[in-house]
Design a protein around this ligand. Structure first.
Ligand SMILES: *Cc1c(COP(=O)(O)O)cnc(C)c1O
Length: 234
């Protein structure tokens, strides 16, 4: 028995997978190169379970206060939690307990906090970490500014409790997506030259995943196209 909500998410998933496949075809890439991370913020734990039933095991959240209890409620070791939001250092201790990857590492101080927390949590393996890049050098919206990206990457790579996976960015609102993701691809290439294992590019959301895939995204973070439009937090 499949409930109506599972059917709804399933229909959305078919469309999102078709968009990813079409974008990969247009870019001459294989869809196997692109991981779909379902961003479940504001949606209940049950929707994460529904996504897992539908075969989606990579889930993204942007607030620890919401993600921690949700991960506990889901309680499925097959689900991988990707932390994609701005992360305060005092939340590192909590996040390392459930996250398999943090996409939003943007300062040396946050690296230190994550290392400290990961060591104390005695995780079985290293925490995957991506450097979030500020494409327009606006520090307020999160992301390391030009010049800091390599330093943050080097700090992650130097720590055995973290594993540098690559880079992440959100296209600035007032930029063409193609300009944003082309810039990110150039930065990703430089990072990969120095750290060959850092091949992930976390880029693309519901509205711009095609452009991100064209520019090499390996992880698209899709919320509303899968789960519906979020009601604005009032
Ligand atoms: C909410 C969010 C997404 C998903 O956005 P949609 O437009 O709903 O697909 C992706 N990345 C981050 C960092 C987010 O906060």
């Amino acid at each position: 028995m499949v409930d109506a909500r599972t059917e709804e998410i399933g229909r959305n998933l078919v469309q999102v997978r078709a968009r990813i496949a079409a974008a990969c075809a247009a870019a001459g890439r294989s869809p196997d190169e692109v991981t779909l991370v379902a961003v479940t913020k504001t949606y209940p734990a049950r929707d994460v379970t529904r996504l897992a039933e539908l075969g989606v095991h990579d889930v993204g959240e942007n607030r620890d206060q919401e993600a921690g209890p949700k991960a506990e409620a889901v309680g499925d070791p097959a689900v991988r939690w990707h932390f994609v939001g701005q992360l305060q250092r005092n939340k590192a201790r909590s996040v390392v307990r459930y996250a398999s990857a943090v996409h939003s590492v943007d300062s040396l101080r946050l690296v230190d906090a994550l290392v400290d927390a990961a060591v104390k949590a005695e995780r079985p393996g290293p925490l995957d970490a991506l450097v979030q890049v500020s494409l327009d050098d606006d520090e307020h919206r999160g992301g390391a500014v030009t010049g800091m990206v390599e330093q943050v990457a080097a700090a992650i790579a130097a720590s055995p409790s973290l594993r540098l996976r690559g880079v992440m960015a959100v296209a600035p609102l007032d930029w063409e997506a193609d300009d944003a993701f082309a810039r990110l691809a150039a930065i990703a290439g430089r990072i990969r030259q120095r750290f060959p294992d850092a091949g992930w590019i976390s880029a693309g959301m519901s509205n711009d995943l095609e452009s991100a895939i064209l520019h090499g995204s390996t992880h698209v973070r899709v919320g509303s196209a899968l789960l519906g439009n979020r009601t604005p937090l009032g």
